[in-house]
Design a binder for this molecule. Sequence first.
Ligand code: BG6
Length: 301
Amino acid sequence: MAVDVSALNRKFGIAGVAEVVAANGGLPAVRVRGKNGSGEIYLHGGHVTSWTPAGGRDALWCSKKSMYEKDKPIRGGVPLCFPWFGPKADDASAPPHGIARLMAWELESIREQGGDVTVVVALRSDASTKKWWPHDFVLRHRVTYGRELLMQMELTNSGNAPLTVQEAQHTYFAVGDARQIVIRGLAGVTYRSKVENVTAAKQEGDIRITAETDRVYLDTQSAVIIEDPSYKRRIAIHKENSKTTVVWNPWIAKAKAMPDFGDDEWPEMVCVETCNVGDFAVQLKAGETHIMGTRLKVESL
Ligand code: BG6
């Protein structure tokens, strides 16, 4: 059913602070201009595409080649991977990284408090989710735009049986040059890597991007810092109830192979993903709720 953007704006908009608009591809999105920070979230995927703390530059990156279509994920910002990560283990025809980023979410509320603006969107199981995954659930994304960005994925098992999910806030950070950044906070942590085809390597020192990088850091709840000398800033990534962290940059060949990613865009981004994937999938009994979150803070270098 087509969403009436004007009706949503009349119901939820806050004059001068938050507006519901038809954004790229005509997809409904909330644009926020709070005193402490501004940003944008699409109802498609419950997908945050922008956050700029007051006086700063956008911390998030979106591809100029991103598609903005109903059945395609947005390339950049914060795709929400749910309820599986990567390919679905028992169904090669299922969409990678789950279904949440392909679905139209519902706008539940917009609130302003002390210059911060919180937007809550929700995805509820229905026939279109059950086509891929049989469980009943309510998934909310609660996003507060301020001097910090707080994003919480709140999952309730609304069915009668236990369920197991993988989940990720697959955040694309904007960086001046990925080859110059240093990613701190994961030294000594064990990772598996699709690129080097290893299942248990140990991170020696801080991370530098020098080639295609696609690693899942295991059993880590540590905060991660992206130090970016080109943009003269440091982005601190704090995690809540997340035991894995993915670090991804496609580098040259993979960027070229992706239709929704510009050939020369890979130096502009790095993904550092708050997640619970693989053996760290989350189990929820009937009626239980689980929150996984990311809090971002930017400081000058
Ligand atoms: C990362 C995965 O999280 O997402 C990579 O670890 C994958 O393997 C990347 O290539 C992008 O995935 P997608 O489905 O958005 O192209």
